[in-house]
Design a protein. Structure first.
Length: 326
């Protein structure tokens, strides 16, 4: 969290601060349980803290503007891809009862968009925190979550809430009953996350799964319930440090996600490369239809081999994430 002095303001007129109000948040991956989480099943999330988005509130004469990637837009004329960050900005300003004029919110993201890594939730968190720092007021966690969810509803349609928690969490967690709970790890776990380079909208992927489920509710519900069972089994595997069994559940979840219609040829290619290089298991992470693949390794050396294999198989970026190492 950024270190910003908090004091209760008596007036809403804001003198220009010496340091610009800033907020940041990070990427996430989902180990198992995506899509099923939208239907109330559990899921496991992994924060990816080195991949960050930063937002800054600046003085800028005229109507409220949003800038990103060297381009700046009035908030009323945002391109569709910035719609959710526009909602995060206006919702946060409204929440603190701040005037929207004479401000620009600048967003710098190191998280690939539409890659299943939580870029939209991270941007919303960064903006909400930057606006909170601009307001110089405290913000309770429930209101913060709700502000991010209001932006996520634009990005996802029907967000379970896992991304809003994961892009602010510092440790992996189990998402169950709409809330995060600590994940116990019996041994270190080495993950490799690889980007297919294929961009896909979460909104459309979630809507596609909804259509598949609605077309045959008995089959759809059974597929989602199987993902729920795999997730519960994965929690136990991780508690006991059983990475081979955990990997097998990941690969089984990948098969079900493909049946639900969120697979892609590049996902299959990277999963095959990871498993061929000795991964205990691999699957898409996030909404699918492209985006990223996550593989689990039983050691650091194996993770490096898997990383090279996924790069050779066409990954446009790879990240290693280790958890539970002391
Ligand atoms: C997206 O990161 C995860 C999904 O399950 C959607 C959600 O849970 O909000 C696909």
């Amino acid at each position: 969290m950024d270190c910003v002095p908090i004091r209760l303001a008596e007036s809403r007129s804001m003198p220009a601060p010496a340091v610009l109000p800033t907020g940041s948040a990070h990427a996430k991956a989902i180990l198992v349980g995506e899509h099923a989480a939208v239907y109330g099943h559990p899921a496991i999330a992994l924060p990816m803290t080195p991949l960050r988005t930063v937002a800054e509130v600046r003085h800028s004469p005229g109507p409220l503007r949003l800038s990103s990637g060297g381009r700046s837009f009035p908030v009323t004329q945002l391109p569709h891809r910035f719609a959710s960050v526009g909602v995060a900005t206006t919702a946060a300003l409204d929440f603190f009862n701040l005037p929207a004029d004479d401000l620009e919110v600048a967003v710098r993201s190191g998280i690939p968009p539409q890659a299943g890594l939580g870029a939209s939730a991270a941007a919303a968190h960064a903006i909400v925190e930057a606006v909170r720092a601009h307001a110089r007021l405290p913000l309770d966690e429930a209101s913060r979550f709700e502000l991010v969810q209001s932006a996520e509803r634009v990005a996802h349609g029907n967000p379970s809430g896992i991304d809003a928690y994961a892009t602010r969490a510092s440790e992996p967690f189990v998402f169950s009953g709409g809330m995060p709970a600590p994940l116990l790890l019996g041994a270190p776990v080495w993950f490799v996350v690889a980007d297919t380079g294929v961009r896909a909208s979460t909104d459309e992927a979630v809507a596609g799964v909804r259509r598949t489920v609605d077309a045959d509710p008995a089959r759809g519900s059974a597929l989602l319930a199987r993902i729920g069972d795999l997730t519960r089994g994965a929690v136990t595997d991780l508690e006991h440090g059983q990475l081979t069994a955990f990997g097998q559940r990941m690969t089984a979840a990948q098969q079900i996600l493909t049946e639900l219609g969120v697979g892609h040829a590049m996902i299959d290619q990277l999963v095959t490369a990871a498993v061929g290089a000795g991964a205990a298991g691999a699957k898409l992470t996030g909404a699918g239809r492209g985006g990223c693949v996550i593989a689990v390794a039983t050691g650091a050396d194996r993770a490096e081999v898997i990383q090279s294999a996924m790069t050779e198989a066409g990954a446009v970026a790879v990240w290693a994430v280790t958890v539970g190492e002391t």
